[in-house]
Design a protein. Sequence first.
Length: 210
Amino acid sequence: MGRAATASDGFGREVVLGLLAEQPSPFHPLDRRLSQRFRSSDYARGMAGTPVKRLLGEGLVRPVDNESRAVTGTVSRAAVVIYEPTPAGIERFQSWMWSSMVTPPVREELHAKIALCQPRGLPRMIALVREAEMVCVGKLQHLNREVQERRGDADPEQWSTRMDLVVSTGDQAWWESRISWLQRVHLFLEKEWQQYQTRLRARPALRRPT
């Protein structure tokens, strides 16, 4: 089981750290990558700027290139600063990436972790998804027990009892849907891992120098 997750402002900083770990980048290309990789999260233009500034203040990101690039004519462009994670930033990202989901998993956060997962990390990601599934199963089982107890104690002729039934069945359906989604993700990642292993085995062995 992974470690508990560190505090996150909507996990935006961790996503930015992951993207910068993949490829150090200035603000604007980072913005484009953020919106392209995580379309479902609907990141606004310029969204990367705030997390990078906070990460700089926390010592988790550092500039690596302050060179100015000249533009033809009399107009010049400001220095293009490339940012990369510090060792502490890499440690922060890895801590978030493989942290246990002790509370019901947020779909968008799990999407982000999967999107930033490298092929060799698939077994750990599969275990994380499976753990999230078990958390949700536990929540549904607890809800089912509560519903049964309330039904046993309540008067079925009361209006509030009937409305409680409607709400409870909606809650149960929500958890069942979440569990079903996690199961599909689990199967997809298992298939991807098998295909990755097959591709590795199919690669020709490198010839050793004679």
